[in-house]
Design a protein around this ligand. Structure first.
Ligand code: HEM
Length: 133
């Protein structure tokens, strides 16, 4: 992610999370995509997962590549999701639900904002799915 995209992503995340409903709306949208997705979240501690995702997004917006800890954290997230058997196809729906939620919650949403989010998310997904790590 270049610095312009990171700034757009960071500022859009700030505007989006200013809306208290942001993370709830994202999970409602994502879980509502299919019974298969809903099954992953059955009987899970949703408040905790929501808080962790928010913290992760903030970390991604604030951390530059190569900063200590980021790689290890991504690797751990990848392992958690692999253990849950989250296949690649589910990540596309995750990305779609997140970008749609941002479009709804960010009052200054634009095509540039969309691209910045998509690039940030694609990068994270590739890091999480990197089986060699
Ligand atoms: C880039 C995409 C994703 C990110 C950044 C992400 C992030 C996270 C984070 C931060 C947690 C909390 C982990 C912890 O306990 O420390 C989590 C948990 C979880 N994620 Fe994801 N996630 C992504 C995609 C997905 C997808 C596509 C699915 C399923 C279809 C999924 C299903 C879950 C489930 C079921 C948990 C709860 C695990 C538990 O209760 O221990 N995630 N995710």
């Amino acid at each position: 992610m270049n610095e312009i995209d990171r700034k757009r992503f960071r500022e859009s995340l700030r505007r989006s999370t200013a809306n208290d409903q942001f993370i709830d709306r994202f999970y409602d949208r994502f879980v509502g995509q299919s019974d298969e997705v809903a099954a992953f979240f059955h009987n899970r501690d949703m408040p905790q997962i929501k808080q962790k995702l928010l913290t992760t997004l903030e970390m991604l917006a604030d951390t530059t590549e190569g900063q200590p800890g980021l790689g290890m954290y991504m690797e751990m997230l990848g392992k958690i999701h692999r253990r849950l058997n989250v296949e690649r196809r589910f990540f596309a729906g995750w990305r779609k639900a997140l970008v749609e939620t941002v479009a709804e919650c960010d009052s200054e949403f634009s095509e540039e904002t969309r691209l910045a989010w998509e690039r940030a998310i694609d990068h994270v997904i590739e890091r999480m799915l990197d089986l060699t790590s």
